[in-house]
Design a protein around this ligand. Structure first.
Ligand code: NDP
Ligand code: 8X3
Length: 249
């Protein structure tokens, strides 16, 4: 039977690659994000019976509800929710960071994620579905300038484990996926549009690609129903751990 996946943040990076991966495998895909012009080509490529585009700001609860209410009949039975939309803003230390950037990260990475999850839980329980939440290595390993971004991703990780605990016995599976460095629009967004800074981050580093992560998402979603990946931490081979910092007088 054809399955349905809702993927947030499908206009670029991991989400866009995941739409392609699931649609190519014959799934029905609900693709969301603010930039409608990025979603439409996916609909044209795979067909409106395969990909449904829903363009809205995920922080806007009214728009989110309207998008769900407007789902065509064939897309209503959601089996898999991929909570991928999110962002980092800024690389400054906490004492110099923008409070507005912090609030935007919390509203997007935490509040919107729990709102959508709460809204879809009855369907997911009924269908013994799958929830995959996009956390990050920043959830577990602090780094300079990671402050609120890392905090939001630690929330996503722990919320995922808590969901798994609450959903015990329902058959619903929950995964926190925690990638390291992957080249997407992530750093351009983080630096408020500095493409050169993004090129410096990824240049010569052989980072992961969006397709690498889409493949993990597809794998998790298609595991046999008796298996649950609780957490999947994944990095490029070129990335590992720093030493502790020591400040000397
Ligand atoms: P991109 O910037 O390429 O993609 C981010 C996606 O999130 C876009 O589709 C964007 O859509 C969407 N999004 C952001 N804000 C909103 C909003 N307010 N409403 C709706 N959609 C929104 O980055 P990635 O693909 O790398 O990021 C995807 C996820 O992966 C994020 O949660 C990120 O934190 C996480 N991550 C990224 C890593 C990396 O190294 N790249 C590593 C670990 C985790 P639009 O702007 O059109 O609304
Ligand atoms: C994105 C990965 O290491 O830039 O979540 O925080 S990192």
């Amino acid at each position: 039977m054809t399955q349905t996946v809702l993927i947030t943040g499908a206009t670029s990076g991991f989400g866009a690659a995941a739409v392609e991966r699931f649609a190519a495998a014959g799934w029905r895909v609900i693709a969301t994000g603010r930039r409608a012009e990025r979603l439409q080509p996916l609909v044209e490529r795979f067909g409106a019976d395969r990909v449904h585009a829903a363009a809205f700001d995920i922080r806007d609860e009214t728009a989110l509800e309207a998008a769900l209410e407007a789902l065509p009949e064939g897309f209503r039975d959601i089996d898999v929710l991929i909570n991928n939309a999110g962002l980092a803003l800024g690389t400054a230390p906490a004492q110099k960071a923008s409070l507005q950037d912090w609030r935007t990260m919390i509203d997007t990475n935490i509040t919107a994620l729990v709102t959508l999850t709460h809204r879809l839980l009855p369907t997911l329980v009924e269908r013994k579905g799958v929830i995959i939440n996009m956390s990050s290595v920043a959830a577990s390993y602090p780094y300079p300038g990671g402050n609120t971004y890392g905090g939001t991703k630690a929330f996503v990780k722990q919320f995922s484990l808590g969901l798994r605990s609450d959903l015990h016995g329902t058959g619903v599976r929950v995964t926190s996926i925690e990638p390291g460095m992957a080249e997407t629009e992530f750093t351009v967004v983080r630096t408020h549009g500095d493409q050169a800074a993004s090129d410096r981050v990824y240049g010569g580093a052989n980072p992961m690609t969006a397709e690498d992560i889409a493949e993990q998402l597809f794998w998790i979603a298609t595991l046999p129903p008796h298996l649950n990946i609780n957490r999947l931490e994944i990095m490029p081979v070129t990335q590992s751990f720093p030493a502790f910092q020591v400040h000397r007088h």
